[in-house]
Ligand binder design. Sequence first.
Ligand code: UGA
Length: 437
Amino acid sequence: TLNNLVIGVVGGLGHIGLIQSACLASLGYKTIAYDIDKEKIAGVLNGKIPFEEVGLQELVRETVNDGTLTITAQIGDLEEAEIVFVCVGTPSLSNGEADLSQVYQAVEQLAKSRSRHCLAVIKSTVPVGTCAELTAILKELNLSEKVTIVSNPEFLREGSGVEDFWNPARIVVGSEIKEAGDKVAGLYAPDGVPVIITNWESSELIKLASNAFLSTKISFINEISILCEQVGADIRTISEGIGLDPRINPHFLAAGVGFSGPCLEKDLQSLINQFKKTNRKARILESVLEVNETQRHSVVEKLLAELGTLKDKNIAVLGMAFKEETDDVRQSHSLPIVKSLLLHGAMVTVTDPWVKSPEQAGLSEDVLPGVTWVDSPYDAAKDKDAILILTAWQEYRDLDLARIKQLMANPLIVDGRNLFNKEDLKAQKIKYLGVGI
Ligand code: UGA
């Protein structure tokens, strides 16, 4: 029953791992989060979580304080756990393939550490076939008795991960053994939420196909936005107009600077790669990626068209995080865009409400050489030839445009997130270029 069950989480202080750990603990399960990063552990035990995630800090504090959540750097401490979630990273290799070394290592290390059986539940996003492969490896190592592999992909959005944990659209479980699948499915599915229990391969593919579909919606609307600019239509009205059809729905139809971040692009590349491995071509998905690349650079093209050249121009970039309400800069579109501005010879000043320095963003000095980081959008706007908006922060929507106009050397805003009404900018005599408007 609920309170006797002990749950382990490997990669327990990562983005997914910590949400999983704290939420399971707050459901009343004794939860043990294992992580190799001792510095992070010390931080969390002192009440400071390693990244911004709405509501997580409080939840971690509460569950650590009441003893339901414990944190350890010893894998052996997971011994009591009957169910162990694997939440380690699966970054992209340079060929687009997912790097599974952390997953393999975690499962092998876990199996070797145990004297009794557990379920290893793969939360990490993995290529189709990984659960079968892990099972084969365990067999080869004579460790099958110790660990049974179950797939249980996550669908949490960064920034609203805790909310998504409590209100999932569905729970997906892949298992070869019915009881194992049922056990995982019964752990945290709220009443009334659809549960799909299937085989490993389908479960793994539901995750990748979901993210690929979301990417497809974004590239689709971005493609239509290009035509809008040519024919005088407004993409925001198009999104509204098509989104009201319940077969389409209004979500993920915001045109902009393209999708980025640590998940969508990586998972799309991984899926394309899996088509290649089976000698098939992912025609739609390859186009989705290509449209996203073009979209990303279209804001730089707009600046070039307006200013003639970017050489020695002073550009302010508003927004470094890959989306609002997160401090995550990993694989953010802002990085290649700022790099491109630098390559064109521009002088770049950047700002972000939650990311204040390259160190905080986890960027080494040489990633964006010569870039100036400032605190506020007003500091950034000072004496600039143009402002480029890359993240849809509320703070930017609320900008005092008259003040911005006064600060700038040349009143030009290229908005990659469509935060403003054209008319408001016109009234301020600021030249404004959005996406598809
Ligand atoms: C995504 C999925 O939405 C989650 O369901 C999934 O669990 C997660 O990846 C994952 O695989 O872990 P996330 O990357 O946190 O979540 O962020 P999204 O909200 O999906 O946004 C991704 C990118 O698309 C951002 O750059 C965002 O600005 C952009 N976007 C989103 C648009 O350009 N237009 C939209 O209409 C929506």
